[in-house]
Design a protein. Structure first.
Length: 337
């Protein structure tokens, strides 16, 4: 029986558990764009990418096989560019100050993190140490882009599979640094702030506590982290990873906790891959903007959602998502893998 559920973080409404799961083709088949022939991300093809921003050299025995472990390069086809002159707040188009057509220069920095010199397609194909290094690179990029001083918000994400927006299958992540804070991020911050002012408690801390109390949507947990299928999941098998204590960014995580994060993220991706056969997915890191300073109410968190369903007219016109699978069922299935 379908049910309306509201996401406590975004206040977005979702319809879960409808009979649409029985519809033919409701779960979209995953697609791949093979790129192993002349892949620009493979070792030996470095000339096909822009000059690197940062290189992590190979160590131990791998140094005899590959010159590097991870490369960070500018995106060859960037969404935003540092070649653009940064300007101030948006201005109205044309001579009329009352124009609704506001604009600003497309200044920003768009990077690709190439996670392996070998042509592999999943984070789970990396060793534990290699996965840990990927998360260290995320941490390093956040720190360095903060120190740059020109940016207010950085989004780190993975698109895996063509259905999730990946144009190359070689395992990689992307980093987009912006001189402003996007509206959705600002609304999330305001939601956290309002909850803190009203209850004296971090919003996501309360969510985590409630998930641990019931346990039915928890997929995995460790000393400092909890992974669960959100109460109002927008997608089948959607998972959220959150720390047990409030922290605005992964920048300050000590090595032990960063290793813990790499382990639980790799475990979750592996469970999803084994359960649904390598379907496309997105991984998104939510972190606080650089210009607000440390806040005791904000939690960094990570969303992982397979692209098994397609948004259509109803979702785009209402902002209300249709998820045919109850998150309780999804969590049980992932725990059983």
């Amino acid at each position: 029986m379908p049910e309306y559920r509201q996401d406590p973080l975004s206040l977005r409404w979702v319809i879960v558990g409808s009979d649409r799961a029985a519809r033919p083709q409701e779960f979209v088949e995953h697609t791949d764009r093979r790129s192993d022939f002349g892949c620009p991300f493979c070792a030996g093809q470095e000339s096909q990418t822009p000059n690197p921003v940062q290189v992590y050299p190979a160590v131990n025995g791998r140094a005899k096989l590959f010159p590097w472990q991870v490369r960070v390069v500018p995106n060859k086809y960037p969404a935003v560019s540092t070649d653009v002159i940064p300007d101030g707040p948006p201005t109205s188009n044309g001579s009329s100050n009352g124009s609704l057509h506001r604009h600003r220069n497309g200044f920003g920095q768009h990077e690709v993190i190439i996670e392996s010199p070998e042509h592999i397609t999943s984070l789970t194909q990396l060793t534990t140490d290699q996965q840990r290094l990927v998360w260290q690179v995320y941490q390093d990029r956040l720190r360095q882009l903060r120190q740059d001083g020109r940016f207010k918000y950085v989004q780190i994400f993975k698109n895996v599979g063509a259905a999730a927006g990946a144009s190359l299958e070689h395992t990689h992540s992307q980093v987009v640094a912006l001189p402003w804070t996007p509206d959705d991020v600002q609304k999330e911050l305001e939601r956290f702030n309002q909850h803190q002012a009203k209850t004296g408690q971090s919003l996501l801390t309360q969510v985590v506590d409630e998930e641990l109390a019931t346990g039915e949507r928890v997929v995995a947990q460790s000393a400092n982290l909890v992974a669960f299928c959100p109460w109002a999941s927008r997608f089948p098998y959607q998972v959220c990873i959150a720390p047990r204590r409030a922290a605005g960014s992964i920048e300050s995580l000590p090595a032990g906790e960063l290793s813990e994060l790499a382990t639980i993220a790799g475990e979750l991706i592996g469970r999803i891959e084994r359960k649904i056969g390598g379907a496309a997915y997105n991984l998104i890191l939510h972190t606080e903007p650089f210009d607000i300073g440390p806040r005791d109410h904000y939690h960094w968190h990570i969303e992982i959602f397979p692209r098994l369903t397609k948004a259509a007219g109803f979702e785009w016109s209402t902002g209300c998502w249709l998820n045919p699978q109850l998150p309780e069922q999804a969590a049980a299935a992932l725990r059983a893998v």
